[in-house]
Ligand binder design. Structure first.
Ligand code: UT7
Length: 330
């Protein structure tokens, strides 16, 4: 477990998102597998998810999220000096999605890398960007959380296919004297990693045989138990280390995997459910995109305001956790 209370020099200065047009509702899922709208809503809080077109991949989701950011804010990407893309579903392992974004937007030659922290990816990218900005070497970093999960979903497995959707979120982070990223927390339970995986080259995770289909496989109950135990501990540690209380949180933005997990975490930590932002109802579990998509819903309906204290908490495959305290700056 790593905790840090930072002198912040990072400010979020622009933001954009994208979801594909195609909607897959719970009624559509009933035609694919033995499930029901009632089961899905009660067990997960999900009503529909967005599915990328056959020829639409993670890179396209990234481009569209950055284009949305450009359309909404007066951004200048010319002097971006680092690009980080968090994804578990890149079109290719290399070139990285970050290098593709650099080329697509004609950004000058700069650092570009993809990171893989599954559903904790967007917050992990925020943390890494914050570290790079703190060194003073980098001044303007573009981060993106994007996943085309439908391309890695087994639509014959009812325990997973009802969960996942596609989307992307982009943010621009800039060096400033008075930053707004106020605290950071990370944790990893690597010994439980085989409960949630997407295979690549090996048929085994440290002695645990795995399916080699390249599709997402999850032992939902194990991951659920882990999440509702670990996330409250992390929230307590992050707040204590930064001298904050749950009452001071304006918005709790957890990874949108399952509304029941969110309810349980709120009950265990005393964060009121009304102070939670989630995106699973409309978009399903979009992994690295779920936290930006939840923030975007709150920007659009005016719930989130400049100066609000937000606790972003990503958790998932690894099993890994990444959380930040962030004062909303847009
Ligand atoms: O994003 C990364 C992190 N991931 C998470 O945080 C996900 C954590 N896990 C979960 O959200 C939940 O475990 C799930 C939503 C995946 C599953 O919900 P659950 O309440 O844990 O269900 P379960 O796996 O315990 O299954 C309960 C029953 C089983 O039937 P039996 O054995 O009781 O007869 C399943 O076969 O529900 C059955 N089931 C379904 N029934 C209808 C499983 N999937 C479905 C389905 N429709 N789609």
């Amino acid at each position: 477990m790593t905790l840090s209370a930072l002198k912040s020099q990072t400010k979020l200065t622009a933001f954009g998102v994208y979801v594909p047009d195609r909607i897959l509702t719970n009624n559509d899922m009933e035609k694919l597998v033995d499930t029901s709208d009632e089961w899905i809503v009660q067990r997960t809080g999900i009503r529909e998810r967005r599915i990328s077109a056959d020829d639409e991949y993670c890179s396209d989701l990234c481009y569209a999220a950055v284009a949305n950011m450009q359309a909404r804010y007066a951004v200048n990407l010319a002097d971006v000096d680092y690009i980080i893309v968090a994804t578990s579903t890149p079109d290719t392992f290399f070139p990285s999605m970050a290098a593709r974004v650099q080329a697509k937007f004609g950004i000058r030659s700069c650092g570009a890398l993809d990171i893989q922290a599954a559903c904790a990816g967007f917050v992990a990218a925020l943390q890494l960007a914050n570290g790079l900005l703190l060194t003073g070497v980098h001044r303007k970093i573009l981060i993106i959380g994007a996943d085309a999960l439908s391309k890695a979903t087994d639509y014959t497995d009812r325990s997973t296919c009802i969960l996942f959707g596609d989307g992307a979120g982009a943010a621009l982070l800039e060096w400033t004297e008075d930053g707004t990223l106020l605290g950071s927390y990370t944790a990893t339970s690597g010994a439980s990693g085989h409960h949630l995986y997407r295979s690549s080259l090996s048929a085994d995770i440290d002695g645990h045989p795995i399916q080699t289909t390249g599709k997402i496989v999850q032992d939902g109950r194990e991951v659920y138990k882990w999440a509702v135990t670990q996330v409250p501990k992390g929230i307590t540690a992050l707040l204590e280390n930064n001298g904050r209380t749950t009452e001071e949180i304006d918005w709790f933005v957890p990874h949108s995997a399952n509304m029941r997990i969110v309810e349980s975490v709120c009950e265990r930590t005393g964060i009121p459910l009304e102070k939670t932002l989630a995106s699973m109802e409309l978009f399903g579990n979009t992994s690295a995109a779920s936290i930006p998509l939840a923030l975007d819903l709150a920007i659009r309906d005016g719930r989130i305001n400049k100066g609000d204290l937000c606790l972003l908490y990503g958790f998932g495959g690894g099993l890994t956790e990444a959380a930040v305290l962030l004062e909303w700056s847009l």
